[in-house]
Design a protein around this ligand. Structure first.
Ligand code: CP
Ligand code: NVA
Length: 302
């Protein structure tokens, strides 16, 4: 049976840990220049409704390294732009290619694609989830700390797709997640309720200092996500208190790392000094998109 990655909840704990382990093996193999082409002759279609640097390039490079190929489809270049239903697009793509990545607005669209596809569907970001990113972030944490459990992870800023994905990760793994979001910008209420209902260590407040206190991982993201550009001015005011800066970083554990999925708005959610500083893991984190997604593609399409 085909498997999808629409949210991290599509994976169980063992599958997540396996992906991290395999990604580290692939990363090491890549460093040593090994050729590993389990996807020779396979094709990945990539439908993008929103811009991308990391997701697009890491999937394209990853497929090439695994011996496969990709077809990049911006929505405007497909019949989706002329109202061909997503279900029909899914049925047709399933006859041509071996997997599909979608980046779009509504989570419902990736679910619809999954329902009507006989091939694996991977969520490359929606308004509510970004599972490939958080798996890559977990890989970065595993590399730096040798574990993804027994850690305090802080999230500062918007209760967006990344914050939601962190909650889903906390539903599967044993780390403590402290979210600090301005009132009115909280993450998905149903996901929070699920985490609380299952007794997970997920805490939400509007107090960024409490969130970062003694944390091992400090995480942030843009204050206005793709599609929210018109709110950027208002959000800059609401979020000013939630900036990740050098002073705040001092409240965390001395060995703390800072994560940012990028692109960053330097001087807003994070300062230059922190993003470019010794505790920033953002560049390894970006690199890890490649290795994590190769492990994912190998598993789903191999
Ligand atoms: N982090 C991330 O998904 O980056 P892109 O928008 O560049 O793909
Ligand atoms: N929250 C951001 C993440 C970008 C990778 C956005 O959706 O624009």
């Amino acid at each position: 049976m085909k498997r999808d990655l629409l949210t991290i909840l599509d994976l169980d704990k063992a599958e997540i840990l396996n992906l991290l382990r395999r990604a580290l093996e692939l990363k090491e193999g890549h460093r040593q220049g090994h050729n590993h082409m389990p996807l020779l002759g396979k094709t990945l279609a990539m439908i993008f409704d929103k811009p991308s640097t990391r997701t697009r390039v890491s999937f394209e490079a990853g497929m090439a390294q695994l011996g496969g190929s990709t077809i990049y489809l911006s929505r405007t270049d497909t019949q989706l732009s002329r109202q061909e239903p997503i279900a029909d697009t899914a049925r047709v793509l399933s006859r041509y290619v071996d997997g599909v990545v979608i980046r779009t607005y509504e989570q419902q669209m990736v679910e619809e694609m999954s329902r009507h596809s006989s091939i694996p569907v991977i969520n490359g970001l929606t308004d509510t989830h970004h599972p490939c990113q958080v798996l890559s972030d977990l890989l970065t944490i595993q590399e730096r700390f040798g574990r993804v459990t027994d850690l305090k992870v802080a999230w500062l800023g918007d209760g967006n797709n990344m914050a939601n994905s962190w909650i889903t990760a906390a539903l599967r793994l044993d780390f403590a997640l402290y979210l600090a979001c301005p009132r009115g910008y909280e993450p998905d209420a149903a996901l929070l309720a699920q985490a609380h209902g299952r007794g997970r260590a997920v805490y939400l407040s509007d107090d960024p200092d409490r969130a970062v206190q003694d944390a091992e991982v400090i995480n942030t993201d843009v204050w206005a996500s793709m599609g929210q550009e018109s709110e950027a001015q208002e959000r800059r005011q609401q979020f000013a208190r939630f900036q990740v800066n050098a002073e705040r970083l001092q409240q965390a554990k001395p060995e703390a790392i800072v994560l940012h999925c990028l692109p960053a708005h330097r001087g807003e959610e994070i300062t230059d000094a922190v993003l470019d500083g010794p505790q920033s893991a953002a560049w390894d984190q970006a690199e890890n998109r490649l290795h994590l997604q190769k492990a994912l593609l190998e598993w789903l399409m191999g």
